[in-house]
Design a binder for this molecule. Structure first.
Ligand code: ATP
Ligand code: MG
Length: 575
């Protein structure tokens, strides 16, 4: 393929709107363009890379025994009402009407649709297990679409759904998908980490997320430095190693003036004590009821954990007026002693003595708080985020390390939630009606493509793994006006294409600097520089993008040398 016949609108400037490297590079290398917030067009090179990724996903799903289907993106709203998820995902779903005024939604995911299909098509245990998947466009009205393809309003997902007769079957299906995911990401040249995850709106029992570790990742996670434990922050239980008793002898609690000290940092500095000694009191409203949540001063409330513990449908921090009404004090001085609402305390506060908390009066805090003695706690639960340095809940020996990650895949065990709600059932060998057990398995295909770039780039541009590169080789004639240069370039391109390689010939009449810069930006794995000077020495230059290693070959030997190069890249990618 000739550059002048392709559409590769590279950009010299870093686009203002793009905050993270991979988003900048997708735009600068001419892979995508933004239509509107969270909506993107894939340009030819982006589409080529995406196709390669989709193909890897497809091959591994097929290999694992899943069957490809294609479901509609548009669903009747009633179907979502049957499982109760219309309420849960109300804000996330795009809702539309047809001309008959029928309510439709654009699917953010497909558990409802696939289960409806199974309810109609599967009647006998002989038809189980079955795993159906698709590679299809999803729609989500994200609160904050950002980072390009990472969090878009419209994106491509591979979603698979397994149906099994019993628990052992679910386990097999789950493990098969887990293993397929490891292979998919490995083939994409991605290093991922599987972490234990919250099952959120899906409502299942077990779940793992596949994370690409990256500072730009939106997810927080922890991993143990001694064992294999790793978990999303929404799930992770850290074991606190800090003290819980901050006084030597029994002392009554008392109110102390703390003029204008509101934040944990201000109050801790005022008392010259570590933030962990403070009890942070937050007022929340869950399903219209106010309540108080207590966590150690050095930790944050994890609202996913809180919502799970309360089994609340809605949860939000109380507004200032509610805080004032509940505590009798302005925000910043709430404390647990004598509060007239149910109090939920973080596990890590158990046994807290000699602690400091708000006094429910302006400009005052309570000292010597003994949680057991002074506070009526309705329940203790894990409500706070694990922190770097916490003890590992699995092995007990290691310490947790905090990391950031990009969630590229997610596998869940779902139980019978959807099968029951949508009337999926089958007859077992004894003729008894049973409900199939379900699993669901998603890969954010477009997000994964960007994650590959986030993990594999340098200051000059993308460094494509061979498996996803839009082209394997770029042939770069330095001066297209020089006859022998162009003849060599064209002959080489033809020979490589003949051999089945994807080749891009930069036939632009541009300054060498421009072409070299664009080549680095595009990041194709192998580049061949063809110039007057090297041709005079009887060679062309072969440069590897990932290592920068430069070798030479005689033009006649170049096709064979390049094929060997490509094969070597595939071999090392296979690891
Ligand atoms: P997140 O927590 O990032 O919002 P999620 O947990 O809601 O994602 P799932 O329902 O598990 O997402 O969807 C499966 C996969 O789809 C995710 O692992 C992710 O890779 C991808 N994905 C989810 N939302 C988006 C989005 N807005 N844009 C691009 N990819 C997405
Ligand atoms: Mg998820």
């Amino acid at each position: 393929m000739r550059w002048t016949q392709q559409l590769i609108p590279t950009l010299r400037e870093v686009p203002q709107e793009a905050e993270i490297a991979s988003h900048q590079l997708l735009l600068r290398a001419g892979l995508i363009r933004k239509l509107a917030g969270g909506l993107f067009t894939f340009l030819p090179l982006g589409r080529r890379a995406l196709r390669k990724l989709e193909q890897i996903v497809r091959e591994e799903m097929d290999r694992a025994g899943a069957l490809e289907i294609l479901m509609p993106a548009m669903h009747p709203q009633e179907l979502w009402e049957q499982t109760g998820r219309f309420q849960v995902l109300r804000d996330v779903m795009f809702k539309i009407k047809d001309r008959q005024d029928r309510n439709l939604v654009l699917g953010p995911t497909h558990e409802e649709v696939v289960t409806d299909l199974i309810a109609h098509e599967v009647q006998s245990y002989r038809q189980l297990p079955i795993n159906l998947y698709q590679i299809q466009t999803k729609f989500r009205d994200e609160i904050r679409p950002r980072f390009g393809l990472m969090r878009a309003k419209e994106f491509i997902m591979k979603d698979a759904y397994s149906f099994d007769a019993d628990g052992a079957g679910v386990e097999r299906s789950y493990q098969a998908m887990y293993a397929a995911y490891e292979r998919i990401f490995q083939r994409c040249g991605l290093r991922t980490k599987a972490v234990e995850a919250d099952s959120g709106a899906m409502g299942g029992s077990a779940s793992h997320e596949f994370m690409v570790l990256a500072d730009a990742g939106e997810d927080g996670l922890v991993e143990c430095d001694a064992c294999a434990y790793a978990a999303n922050l929404d799930r992770a239980e850290g074991v606190s190693r800090g003290p819980r008793v901050f006084v030597d002898a029994e002392q009554l609690t008392a109110v102390a003036p703390t003029p204008s000290r509101r934040t944990v940092a201000e109050v801790a500095a005022f008392f010259q004590t570590p933030p962990a000694r403070l009890i942070k009191t937050l007022i929340y409203v869950a399903d219209a009821q106010p309540l108080a949540v207590l966590v150690p001063g050095n930790r944050d409330v994890n609202e996913i954990k809180l919502q799970r513990a309360l089994q609340a449908t809605t949860l939000a921090l109380a507004d200032d007026a509610t805080v004032a009404r509940v505590t009798g004090a302005p925000a910043g001085f709430a404390g647990p002693v004598g509060l007239p609402v149910p109090i939920f305390a973080d596990e890590k506060l158990r046994g807290y003595r000699g602690a400091i908390a708000g006094a429910n009066q302006p400009d005052a805090h309570r000292v010597n708080v003994d949680l057991e003695r002074d506070v009526r706690v309705a329940a203790f639960a894990d409500l706070s985020n694990a922190l770097e340095g916490d003890g590992c809940p699995r092995c007990g020996a290691g310490a947790l390390q905090a990391r950031r990650g990009i969630e590229v895949g997610h596998v869940f065990k779902l139980g019978t939630k959807y099968s029951e709600a949508l009337g999926a059932g089958y007859l077992d060998a004894a003729g008894q009606r049973q409900t199939p057990l379900m699993g669901c398995y998603g890969i954010g295909v477009t997000r994964t493509l960007q994650a590959v770039i986030e993990q594999s780039h340098d200051a000059n541009g993308i460094v494509w793994p061979i498996a996803l590169a839009p082209y394997a080789v770029e042939v770069l004639p330095i001066n297209v006006q020089h006859g022998p240069t162009m003849q060599t370039a064209q002959a080489l391109t033809a020979a490589l294409e003949q051999a089945g390689l994807d080749v891009l010939l930069d036939d632009r009449d541009e300054r060498p600097g421009v072409k070299f810069k664009d080549a680095d930006l595009l990041g194709l794995p192998i580049r061949v520089n063809i110039g007057e000077k090297s041709l005079a020495k009887g060679v062309v230059e072969i440069k590897l993008r990932h290592s920068g290693v430069l070798t030479t070959a005689a033009p006649e030997q170049a096709p064979a040398a390049l094929q060997a190069c490509v094969q070597e890249l595939w071999r090392s990618a296979a690891g």
